[in-house]
Design a protein around this ligand. Sequence first.
Ligand SMILES: *Cc1c(COP(=O)(O)O)cnc(C)c1O
Length: 383
Amino acid sequence: MQLSTRLIHNDHDTDPSSGALGVPLIQTSTFDQSACFADPADGRVPRYDYARSGNPTRSALEEIIAGLEGGECGYAFGSGIAAVSSALGIFSAGDHIVAAEDIYGGSYRILNTFFKRWGLELTAADASRPEQIRAAIKPNTRAVYLETPSNPLLKITDLKACIAVAKEAGLLSIVDNTFMTPYLQRPIEFGADIVLHSATKFLGGHSDVISGLAVTATKELGKRLYAVQNGFGAVPGPWDVWLVIRGIKTLKVRLDAQQAAAQFLSRRLREHPHVDAVYYPGLEDHPGKAVHDAQASGAGAVFSFKTKTVEQALGFLRRTKLAAAAVSLGGVETIASYPVRMSHASIPRPERERLGITDTLIRISPGLEDPEDLLEDFEQALA
Ligand SMILES: *Cc1c(COP(=O)(O)O)cnc(C)c1O
């Protein structure tokens, strides 16, 4: 079955105990284990004992995301960053990670502060050039950490090529797939070992929940990650999990519409006299387009642009009526974010400038408004 069908029909489309079309929201901290004691000869071990270790609502989401990504095991977390941190928690002091240099700002920060203090070494490399990844590998390197398209400049990483470099050196590949979702890109098909998501974005899709997910390609890695999920305990509550399960059901229609809007707006903004550059892998002249098209089935629904002056960028954020000036992306409402003061504020200015994250840069995540209305609003905001 196509992925769009599997968003609706999977092992969790009907609750076997009630026939409900949906997953029951099981709000509990603990589970009755008396069955273990009733008849020792019976030896039954209930699947659930304590809700940090597992909860049926959470298990449903974990199985759904594992199925969609084509992995063996799924894990849900209290945020995308909790998923990132828990995945990094499988490593030890003295291990070294090679990460793409333009990964999500919060991931960069946690690697560069918390994990550095705990002895995990980091080298940031330009992952759009796989040879740079190879050059950064050291004897104690354990993993390559990738994200494509990157944020906020939508640079493309060749997943196959970079994962091949990692495999050659016996390293794990970890891919943050938040921007694409499994509907458009499935890194495990290219050999990735762990796929991460901020489910806060497209998977949840309604700007109403903070959540994270991880999928492992193998059961063995799943065991290692489960030990961190259970031991470190950055788990989500069942209500948040339930919202993500519901969001996933409409992923295809939302992303199709938002992608069409991104395609339309990026083309039209490029012609605007106050716009200096537009970054979107759906544009014919995007430098990574061929690589992106080979590994994803769509350009996604996030783009960014640079105005010619800082005043124009700030004026746009001040005057737009339809876009919320906010962090985050992938919701049903359009969001315009200003990376230098929001998602990338924690990256030192010289480093930001080197990466091209200037104070004229605005990132757009179109929502489900009419694209013509959005264009009209953007044009008045830029004027
Ligand atoms: C938002 C985001 C994260 C962090 O997720 P939270 O849910 O905000 O903790 C990680 N990676 C990417 C690519 C993101 O966009």
